[in-house]
Design a protein around this ligand. Structure first.
Ligand code: BF8
Ligand code: SF4
Length: 643
């Protein structure tokens, strides 16, 4: 039978769970086999009640739905709706961040402050907001208001697309896919895919691009930039990862979900002297706050706090018996959690009005009452400590370095005063680094947990490809020891290892949570602007991958990468394969439209081959396939230079 996970702590706890009769995501996944083939291939439609309809992939049964919709229409509509849902999730998060910045700017007692004034001023200038002789609160207010405008705007353009290279912006203008307003594009996608509206799969996918761009260069970009203003722009920081970070002697609070608006307050509350005293008087040494999923990445990047695991480890964290409270907000939180909590003392605490769970305790968290609620939650966890039963925490934990925002990469490579992407470009041109790959996304029990992430990334760095990561993929590679500088010597090719050692970075750079994929967009744009690697993102020797994806957000991310000119490979499978016409369009023709295209390949080895091949192809087109030899100046040459 297929191994469940690459991670020993997961396999260990799964065995224990089985003995205790506990059910996890892996059993439930197995119970779904054999899966509905129509759904897996994307060829079922229930957009109206003349259906549900399905297309026979073998060509024997029906080839259209009741309304006449063909396989390509059905697949395109489903794909478009996934993009809309993913873009909605990221963007609604961005909206809440913008509202929090407004609150921080206008209510001095809100508990939120403006921590990064350099970033505030940079974003303000970019948005055309004056910074002269104004308080940071006043500037932040205007930045927040301008950001909020982007959601409801009906006409015009979202401003952050101007961060992209000019050639890219021209392509978007020519195709008429520049997002007008974030909410508008999402609503329009829902409208177009309603029964009987847009019946042209190419047209649906073009609007898919506009919707996805509204996420990457809109909602997600706003989330990232404004979170940096509120909570600080990440810079390299050490941390630890895996279930072994849970502590036997401390109160364990695991924060799970996505929005740092909650987790930042929990970080503050977990350091409150009175609450630390309360923890002691309840028999604990202290409080350990750790995270699951993207919120874990947020507290790691800004505070160096530990990560307990990625998406598929959420139930297992509870099954250790060591978690006093799991505090959740939105996205990627499994409805199975209350059931596993029933067998342990763990309190499951929901906080968002958008995400409630029957069986959980609800602590209504608003930006206005944030700190008080965070303290109440921490107190609830502490008072639960004496109820602990048997505890079984796996030993596995690994060191890592994270925090490679695009600003941090600039400083690391170019120095604080002459920061730029030029040194990176130079190393790509001289061939020490062959290219850059963004490896991101989820875990999925349909494939061995963590394996595709780790195998792919190992092979890429061995081939001198620098890897940039976010989300659960970064957590997977962190657990495997790929996010420490020492990994360069151990796993990277000679050229990449040399650069990593000189600069002191790991060969795999952790850039944050899934909304922080917007950082990768900015980094790619900076690479183009620094020169020597073409005029557009689509000229760069780069690629994207989501080897174990599962979420609609991943589809939105994949599509904004493709629409930004990046070759993007997904693992597991893609629910478009039931229509050869549509698949051919995504996997072949789209490149002539956007300069980037989709690919699907479940095998990480083959996926690595595809990425390496693509990067070599781009190098050839740029005329740098061999790489320029490094010239070492000797004394004669130096003398000549100084003449
Ligand atoms: O937004 S990588 S499983 S946690 S969806 Fe979810 Fe996927 Fe993890 Fe973060 Ni992203
Ligand atoms: Fe069937 Fe068409 Fe209705 Fe979809 S929209 S359920 S294909 S009739």
């Amino acid at each position: 039978m297929r191994e469940k996970s690459l991670d020993g702590s997961v396999n260990y706890l799964l065995e224990k769970a089985k003995q205790k009769g506990l059910e996890t995501v892996w059993q439930r996944s197995q119970q779904q086999e054999p899966r509905c083939g129509f759904g897996e291939l994307g060829i079922c439609c229930r957009n109206c009640y003349m259906g549900p309809c399905r297309i026979d992939p073998f060509g024997e049964g029906p080839q259209t739905g009741v309304c006449g919709a063909t396989a390509e229409i059905i697949v395109a509509r489903n794909f478009g709706r996934m993009i809309a849902a993913g873009a909605a999730a990221h963007s609604d998060h961005g909206r809440d961040v913008a509202k929090t910045l407004l609150l921080a700017a206008t209510h001095p007692n809100s508990g939120y402050t403006i921590r990064d004034t350099v970033k505030l001023n940079n974003v303000a200038k970019f948005l055309g907001i004056s910074t002269e002789n104004r308080s940071k609160e006043d500037i932040a207010r205007e930045v927040a208001e301008k950001a909020i405008e982007n959601f409801g705007r009906q006409e015009g353009e979202i401003p952050f697309i101007k961060l992209a290279p000019e050639t890219r912006q021209n392509t978007w203008h020519k195709l008429d896919v520049v997002p007008r307003g974030i909410d508008r594009e999402i609503v329009e996608m829902m409208h177009r895919t309603h029964m009987g509206v847009d019946q042209d799969y190419k047209n649906i996918i073009l609007h898919g691009a506009r919707t996805a761009l509204a996420d990457g260069w809109g909602g997600s970009m706003i989330a990232t930039q404004l979170q940096d203003i509120l909570f600080g722009t990440p810079s390299p920081i050490r941390g630890q990862v895996n279930l072994g970070v849970l502590s036997e002697k401390d109160v364990n609070i695991v924060v799970h979900g996505h929005e740092p608006i909650l987790s930042e307050m929990l970080v503050a509350a977990s350091r409150d002297p009175q609450l630390l005293q309360l923890a002691k008087s309840n028999g604990a040494s202290g409080i350990v706050l750790s995270g699951i999923c993207c919120t874990a990445n947020e507290i790691l990047l800004r505070h160096g706090l530990p990560i307990a695991g990625n998406i598929l480890q959420q139930e297992l964290a509870i099954s250790t018996g060591a978690v006093e409270a799991m505090v959740v907000d939105v996205q990627c939180i499994m409805p199975a959690l209350p059931e596993i909590c029933k067998c342990h003392h763990t309190h499951l605490i929901t906080t968002s009005p958008k995400g409630k769970l029957p069986g959980a305790k609800h602590f209504p968290f608003t930006e206005e009452n944030a700190y008080q609620v965070a303290k109440d939650i921490v107190q609830d966890a502490i008072l639960n400590f004496p109820n602990r039963g048997q505890v079984d925490i796996p030993k596995e934990k690994m060191d890592l370095v994270a925090g490679f925002s695009h600003e941090a990469i600039t400083y690391m490579l170019g120095g604080r005063f002459r920061g730029s992407y030029k040194p990176l470009n130079d190393n790509i041109i001289n061939g020490r680094i062959k290219g850059v790959a963004g490896v991101v996304g989820c875990g999925n029990p349909k494939v061995t947990h963590d394996r595709a992430h780790v195998d792919l990334v190992k092979e890429l760095i061995a081939n001198d490809i620098l890897v940039v990561q976010t989300g659960c993929s970064a957590v997977a590679c962190g657990k495997a020891g790929l996010l420490i500088p020492e990994a360069a010597q151990k796993y990277a090719g000679k050229g990449l290892a040399e650069v990593c050692e000189t600069v002191g970075i790991p060969p795999v750079l952790h850039s944050g949570s899934c909304v922080d994929n917007s950082r990768i967009l900015v980094a790619l744009s900076e690479m183009v602007k620094s020169g020597g690697l073409g005029k557009d993102i689509s000229d760069l020797p780069v690629a994207g991958a989501a080897p174990e994806w599962m979420s609609e957000k991943a589809i939105a991310i994949g599509h904004y990468f493709v629409a930004s000119g990046v070759f993007t490979v997904f693992g597991v499978g893609l629910p478009v394969q039931g229509s050869p016409v549509f698949s051919d369009y995504l996997f072949k023709e789209l490149e002539s439209v956007f300069g980037g295209m989709w690919a699907v390949e479940p095998d990480p080895g083959k996926m690595a081959d595809m990425i390496i091949h693509h990067i070599n192809l781009k190098r050839k087109k740029l005329g740098i396939e061999k790489g320029k030899e490094r010239i070492l100046y000797d004394m004669d040459m130096r003398r000549e230079l100084s003449l």
